[in-house]
Design a protein around this ligand. Structure first.
Ligand code: GLN
Length: 307
């Protein structure tokens, strides 16, 4: 297959892209080697092509939001989840303290919506640590291997979580959360500190692309309808306040995380993932954005196939 050669070529070309800084508001994340760079592509048949640092572990961070939203929908149905979290792009940074006119977080990809989605996992009486276990189970099912938490990154995020605590208190003051803000933010931070590789992420995205069936293990993780909801919010909100730019230039549902990862899912075809820690002002990986842009231009994977 010419694919590995092509991906190597793309990686070489995109490694010329400099700029950005690894996230430092979570101090532990600033310790990463900024030159790490990996690309992985998983087809819906379970074929995986990986180049560069695609086997290097890093924390999933906000990429988890897409999947946990899917889990909330799986546990409660879309209608109940929509009553708590809207699906409108916010045009705001991921950590904005904001609610819409109806008192809901604007979407599940910004922290306010993601923290809410996190608390919807399981039943109302599910304990915070059980929610985390359910979430790690889900992410492991999507990756097709057992994932674990980076305890240092988790501790580091909890120790510096003032902004997420402020968001949780805002949610509590509107009756959206009932658990203690500290407990919820600690549990949400564990969700964000799950270790993955670009290869794992490509398979997780390929599970979305494959209508919710993990391509290697064959496990049905989501239904087709659930995947449609997840991919829709990824398309409109996955890249935060650069979501519009992303749809124009790349044109596929995606999700980024401040650990340096980005995933993209091409329905019926493949999952893609990049890992490159330096971030732009939106919190999206600079090289990742460049790589997806190039892949989109070269392969015509943009959803708007107009010649
Ligand atoms: N854990 C991070 C936070 O809540 C995730 C943010 C991100 O990846 N954009 O701040």
């Amino acid at each position: 297959s010419p694919l590995p050669d092509y991906l190597t070529e793309v990686a070489e070309a995109c490694s010329a892209t400099k700029g950005g800084e690894p996230a430092s508001y979570i101090p532990e994340l600033a310790k990463v080697d900024p030159d790490r760079f990996g690309i992985a592509l998983a087809t819906i048949d379970g074929e995986v092509y990986a180049v560069g640092d695609a086997e290097h572990e890093f924390t999933i961070q906000s990429i988890s939001k897409a999947f946990v939203y899917g889990l909330a929908v799986r546990d409660h149905g879309l209608e109940q989840v929509l009553a708590k979290i809207d699906v409108e792009p916010s045009g705001e940074p991921f950590d904005e303290l904001s609610l819409d006119a109806s008192g809901r977080p604007r979407n599940p990809m910004i922290n306010a919506g993601a923290i809410t989605a996190h608390t919807l996992v399981g039943e109302p009486d599910t304990a915070p640590h059980e929610r985390v276990e359910r979430i790690i189970r889900l992410l492991s099912d999507l990756a097709g291997r057992e994932l674990s938490v980076d305890e240092d990154v988790w501790r580091s995020e909890v120790a510096t979580a003032d902004r997420n605590l402020a968001i949780a208190h805002m949610l509590r003051s509107h009756g959206i959360l009932t658990d203690s803000a500290e407990e919820v933010v600690s549990a949400y931070s564990r969700q964000c500190a799950v270790l993955v590789t670009a290869r794992d992420l490509a398979l997780m995205a390929a599970t979305l692309a494959n209508s919710g069936v993990q391509p290697v293990t064959g496990k049905q993780v989501f239904t087709g309808a659930q995947v449609r909801h997840v991919m829709s919010v990824m398309l409109t909100c996955g890249m935060y306040d650069s979501a519009g730019d992303w749809v124009s230039s790349v044109g596929i549902p995606a999700k980024s995380g401040v650990g340096g990862g980005i995933i993209g899912a091409l329905a019926g075809q493949a999952g893609l993932a990049t890992f490159a820690p330096p971030l732009d002002a939106h919190g999206n990986s600079v090289r990742g954005v460049e790589t997806f842009g190039r892949l989109s231009r070269d392969t015509g994977m943009h959803l708007m196939k107009v010649e």
